[in-house]
Design a binder for this molecule. Structure first.
Ligand SMILES: Nc1ncnc2c1ncn2[C@@H]1O[C@H](COP(=O)(O)OP(=O)(O)OP(=O)(O)O)[C@@H](O)[C@H]1O
Ligand SMILES: [Mg+2]
Length: 335
């Protein structure tokens, strides 16, 4: 277990500025995610932490010591990639044991450790199975076991679940979370999926175009975003201008450089006549809620209502009245 501190880290590739100078402090045992859209610099930052890439400026510190000039091997970090990168001609046991054999550990100790970690990822019964015969989710759990078994100081994941279907993603992410809790290892996890980051992380750094937008707990980022990017990326929030707020929702006090961020579940819909009229352009039933898309002042507004709600009935093409609860006062800056 270790802390990770990044000081003034930046990266340019020729003309491309992949990362603007940033500081990041990951605590001991923390599950920390780097979240942002494609091309925002997540993989670059993870590779700099691992030593696979060198930064254009700044320092990487693991447990207080400066590792910026050290090779990946000497940093003692475990990495799990999207494509598993397992040895295809080997069994589960051989894949997981590999790193321990490189360290010339005695055979009995290797067996003990491999069986222990395979028990933790629920793969003990597959110990002698060749990896091509495993499902995608099982292969990814082997990759996680292989990274953890050598007891690295930190564990790094780069979009480890993107090759899996939806159900397996949910199942495998729960396994990763459980294992991380159990072994207590400091983890940095890259994803572009906000649901995944919210479900897994102690804290999240949101990146856009190589710039850290905000760092916080899932709850802080969801309910208290600082800017429009974070609000829409994390909570799919609707953003209303000062004028729209004043004219249609009776919300005062926004400056011209602020927007009101309203979560889809905070939009109240009714069949009443009111000032804020919109037209339903789409409606999707998702089990617990109904997700409406509403054309309102040239904006596409998202509203999620509990499917048990009986006070409102709206079909595609029908007119609807929008309102906000008085408690919605989430002002955010333009990006
Ligand atoms: N080796 C490289 N040479 C030149 N440009 C690069 C290199 N690696 C990354 N980049 C550029 O740096 C930026 C950040 O890339 P990076 O791979 O870190 O993004 P990402 O957030 O991981 O995206 P994705 O979600 O698609 O994996 C992109 O504009 C990318 O094209
Ligand atoms: Mg990437």
């Amino acid at each position: 277990m270790a802390t990770v501190n990044l000081q003034n880290i930046s990266k340019t590739f020729g003309e491309v500025r992949a990362l603007s100078p940033l500081d990041l402090h990951v605590k001991e045992g923390e599950f920390f995610s780097l979240l942002g859209p494609s091309g925002c610099g997540k993989t670059t930052l993870l590779r700099i932490i691992s030593g696979l890439e060198s930064p254009s400026s700044g320092e990487v510190r693991i447990d207080g010591s400066n590792v910026t000039a050290l090779s990946p091997q000497r940093r003692n970090v475990g990495i799990v990639f999207q494509n598993y990168a397992l040895f295809p001609h080997m069994t589960v046991f051989q894949n997981v044991a590999y790193g321990l054999e490189v360290k010339k550990m005695p055979g009995s100790e290797i067996r003990r450790r491999v069986e222990d970690i395979l028990g933790k990822v629920h793969l003990l019964e597959k110990v002698n199975t060749p990896v091509p015969l495993l499902s995608g989710g099982e292969q990814q759990r082997v990759a996680v076991a292989r990274a953890v078994v050598v007891e690295p100081r930190i564990l790094l994941f780069d979009e480890p679940l993107s090759n899996l279907d939806h159900a397996l993603r949910i199942e495998t992410r729960a396994e990763i979370k459980r294992l991380q809790r159990e072994v207590g290892i400091t983890t940095i996890y890259v994803t572009h999926d906000q649901g995944e980051a919210l479900a897994l992380s102690d804290r999240i750094a949101i990146l856009s175009k190589g710039v850290v937008q905000q760092i916080g707990t899932p709850d802080e980022l969801y309910f208290h975003p600082h800017n429009a990017f974070t609000a829409s990326f994390i909570g799919h929030a609707n953003l209303f201008s000062a004028i729209a707020c004043r004219e249609y929702f009776g919300v005062q006090g926004l400056t011209e450089s602020e927007l009101l961020a309203v979560l889809p579940e905070e939009i109240i819909l009714s069949n009443n006549s009111g000032k804020a009229k919109g037209k339903i352009s789409n409606k999707e039933f998702s089990g617990s809620s109904v997700e409406y898309t509403i054309d309102f002042l040239g904006q596409s507004v998202k509203a999620h209502r509990p499917s048990s709600e009986k006070s409102f009935n709206g079909e595609i093409g029908s007119e609807v009245c929008l309102s906000l609860d008085a408690s919605v006062q989430r002002k955010v800056k333009y990006e």
